[in-house]
Structure formats: structure tokens, C-alpha cells
Design a protein around this ligand. Structure first.
Ligand code: IMP
Ligand code: MG
Length: 175
């Protein structure tokens, strides 16, 4: 894979290799597995970015889970903006269940706080958060994270700029 990606006036450099993502995600799956022995989990993925990470994460969890999605967006190009939220859930998906929210990245924490608060009104048994990336400053907002990263924009492995580059197998950072 290429080491530099160019998009308009921006340059991105390879940052986290696919093999590291796979290795780290397996560790998170194992941690979840042992924390939820004999408990049924409902994973709630945050679209669109969650797909590659969620797929990898769930592929190592043997059974006793279901999953669902919410759709959320707040970014314009590389800048955080107003939250757009679309819910594909009903009360019965959440109420009295053990929920794990699955995110691609937590930056300011605005989105995850919003979702957390939204889901709480349906009285789940528990809510935890698994994210592939987290920017420092928001560490306290996740229960499992893959990588703590510096405060720069990233693309790849589900993460986009203007809807592009989600397909990249590795993660690239703006330089
Ligand atoms: P937050 O609300 O600032 O925590 O941002 C959370 C959401 O914005 C994430 O779920 C991503 O979808 C998007 N996002 C935040 N930072 C990045 C980034 O560096 N690259 C791509 N998307 C990002
Ligand atoms: Mg996201």
C-alpha cells in the first residue's frame, strides 16, 4: 500500500498498519469475551465509520450477541460541526440489555456523549463503549480503545474525508 495519500491540498501519511489493527482488535474482542461470559451483548454500531472495525471485532466474539446501528455525522471536511442523528432503533432493542457502542474514533467526545445519553432513556442494563481510535483528552469516554492518537485528522479503515477513503485498509494521518 502507498505511504502517502493526497486529497485536494491535503497530504496524509501512513500511520497504523492493517496488521496492527487486526492484532489490537483481537485483544479487545478477547477482553469483551471474558467480561461478558454468560451475558448477552447488544452491539450498537455508529454508522458509517464503524463497519470495518465492528466487523473485525465481532468476528472474534463467538456467540450470544446481536447488533444494530445508529447513524450519525458531525464532520464537514476535517472540522467538527453540528450533530446529525438518525435512529434505527426502538426501545425493545435497548431496554434491559447490555449495550456496547462501537465507534471508529472518538475525538471531542461530543458524539459519543450524545449517543450515550440518548440510549440511557431506554434504560439499558449497562452501556459501554469500544472505539478503534481515541484522541487524548477523551480517554475517559471509552471502556476499550485500540489506539490513542495525536490530535490530527485521520482517514482509512472506515474513516473518511468528505465520504472518501473509508476503504483504505491502513489508517493515514494528516501531515
Ligand atoms: P467527536 O464527536 O468529536 O468525538 O467526533 C466523533 C465522530 O466524528 C467520529 O465518530 C467520526 O465519525 C468523526 N471523526 C472524528 N475525528 C475524525 C477523524 O480524524 N477522521 C475521520 N472522522 C473523524
Ligand atoms: Mg463515527
Amino acid at each position: 500500500m502507498k505511504n502517502i495519500i493526497k486529497y485536494e491540498d491535503l497530504r496524509f501519511e501512513k500511520y497504523i498498519d492493517n496488521s496492527q489493527i487486526i492484532e489490537r482488535t483481537e485483544e479487545i474482542s478477547n477482553a469483551i469475551k471474558s467480561d461478558y461470559l454468560n451475558k448477552e451483548i447488544v452491539f450498537i454500531g455508529v454508522l458509517n465509520g464503524c463497519i470495518p472495525f465492528m466487523n473485525l471485532l465481532l468476528s472474534k466474539i463467538p456467540n450470544n450477541y446481536s447488533y444494530n446501528f445508529v447513524k450519525m455525522s458531525s464532520y464537514l471536511r476535517t472540522k467538527s460541526g453540528d450533530i446529525n442523528f438518525e435512529l434505527g432503533l426502538n426501545k425493545n432493542d435497548i431496554s434491559n440489555k447490555h449495550i456496547i457502542i462501537v465507534e471508529d474514533i472518538i475525538d471531542s467526545g461530543k458524539s459519543i456523549k450524545f449517543i450515550n445519553q440518548y440510549l440511557r432513556q431506554y434504560k439499558p442494563k449497562s452501556i459501554k463503549v469500544a472505539t478503534l481510535l481515541i484522541k487524548k483528552g477523551s480517554i475517559g469516554l471509552s471502556d476499550w480503545y485500540g489506539f490513542k492518537i495525536s490530535d490530527k485528522f485521520v482517514i482509512g479503515f472506515g474513516m473518511d474525508i468528505d465520504g472518501s477513503f473509508r476503504y483504505l485498509k491502513d489508517i493515514y494521518i494528516k501531515v
